[in-house]
Design a protein around this ligand. Structure first.
Ligand code: SF4
Ligand code: SF4
Length: 183
């Protein structure tokens, strides 16, 4: 054993090093949150629970076209549609299901929708002990849409689907690399 090793053992060097690290972190702002008492600010582009949206007059936006169902890579959307008996040639969704347990939150369904009837929200607290609760049906999806309308609209703006101007661009994802410059 060298003299240095002997000295380190005598002064309990490893314990001192550990205490030094602990002491340094006493003055560093913690990055952790005391969830659920503290909550993060969720960005507008966040992909949380899906919802269905209405027009401002309360009419359902969804026309039952099935494009979201076709775009879904997880095959977790089911739309049943029929002609609106009160408005011939206009179709409506009579049933709408999203199995949120299979959803991978890719957002393809939202992009596929021609009338912006679907959006994602900042809602993420819907864990449950009953898996059946995670089959979101039409009333549940409209209820989330009514409850989270402001966030849903922000999502559509963030993903450039409702507007295509400077303000909307500011909400878009920041990519980890600089986009190629146009020559
Ligand atoms: S977010 Fe993706 S996986 Fe989820 S329902 Fe929409 S298309 Fe399907
Ligand atoms: S949510 Fe949009 S894409 Fe899906 S059926 Fe309704 S209108 Fe079509």
């Amino acid at each position: 054993m060298t003299l240095k090793e002997l000295f380190d053992k005598a002064v309990l060097r490893e314990i001192l090093d550990g205490l030094k690290t602990t002491f340094k972190h006493l003055f560093v702002k913690p990055v952790t949150f005391q969830y659920p008492h503290e909550k993060r600010a969720i960005p507008d582009a966040h992909r949380g629970a899906l919802c269905l949206l209405r027009y401002d007059d309360g009419a359902e936006r969804c026309v039952g076209c099935d494009l979201c169902e076709a775009a879904c890579p997880s095959r977790c959307i089911k739309v049943v549609s029929e002609e609106d008996p009160e408005t011939p040639l206009r179709r409506i969704a009579t049933e709408f299901y999203i199995d949120i347990t299979k959803c991978v939150f890719c957002g393809f369904c939202v992009e596929a929708c021609p009338v912006n009837a679907l959006a994602m929200t900042k809602m993420y607290e819907y864990s449950t002990a009953n898996k059946r609760d995670l089959m979101f049906d039409k009333p549940k999806l409209y209820q989330i849409g009514d409850q989270m309308l402001v966030d849903a609209k922000k999502y559509l703006v963030a993903h450039n689907q409702e507007e295509n101007d400077e303000a909307a661009m500011q909400y878009r994802y920041k990519f980890p690399y600089a986009p190629a410059k146009k020559s």
